[in-house]
Design a protein around this ligand. Structure first.
Ligand code: IMP
Length: 204
């Protein structure tokens, strides 16, 4: 039987995406499949440190190898903010609409040629023996002046990925996965995790 690995997230979409990337080399489970524990607050100053902290916390509580990610939007004209504060930018964790509206208002006077930004994702694994690794994926693009599209979540309606003319909220999920910060980070992390677990990743 393959090794069980827990992905420290309650987001079913992330579990499904990582499962697609890892194939059947490991048995990936979400937090709903393990004994419940309190998710500590994300207090670290970087995406990498938050991802590692979440992975280590999951190992501590489950005894299983764990994967976690932390992500957000980094706006060039704001020196990388909202960054690790992306989820609570308007003051309340996870209020996507308020976050997006506040960001648009803050960027009102920023001209079109200085509206570059990137979604960033740090993905980490931690093992019960103490080993861990963290990688980063980015999806760069330009911010619109009004939301467009109904797909995705968070700031998706504001970012037109480089090379495209639609926002990431206008992309079908599989197309977003293929170029997204999270897809890139998970695809980088997967072979390293499997290597660390002493297993060989299957194609696909
Ligand atoms: P988390 O890493 O899932 O906690 O995401 C942190 C916050 O970053 C989210 O609440 C969103 O505001 C933003 N974010 C992260 N990834 C994306 C994305 O793919 N699209 C839009 N917003 C995102």
């Amino acid at each position: 039987m393959s090794t069980r690995v827990v992905l420290a997230t309650r987001n079913a979409g992330k579990v499904a995406e990582l499962r697609r990337i890892l194939g059947d080399a490991v048995q990936l489970v979400g937090l709903d499949d393990v004994a419940p524990y309190d998710f500590g607050p994300e207090t670290e100053p970087t995406f990498e440190a938050n991802a590692l902290a979440k992975a280590r916390e999951a190992v501590l509580h489950t005894g299983l190898p764990a994967v976690a990610d932390d992500s957000g939007l980094a706006v060039d004209a704001m020196n990388g903010m909202p960054g690790v504060l992306s989820a609570r930018w308007a003051g309340r964790h996870g209020d996507d609409l308020a976050n997006l509206e506040l960001l648009l208002a803050q960027l009102e006077d920023v001209p079109d040629d200085r509206r570059q930004a990137g979604f960033v994702c740090a993905a980490a694994y931690a093992l019960p023996d103490g080993r861990s690794e963290v990688v980063r994926g980015e999806m760069r693009g330009t911010l619109t002046r009004a939301p467009r599209g109904t797909g995705g979540f968070g700031y998706d309606p504001l970012l037109v990925p480089d090379g495209l003319t639609v926002t990431s909220a206008e992309l079908p999920p599989a197309e977003k996965d293929a170029i997204s910060h999270r897809g890139k980070a998970f695809r980088l992390l997967a072979p390293r995790l499997l290597d660390a677990l002493g297993q060989v990743q299957r194609d696909g």
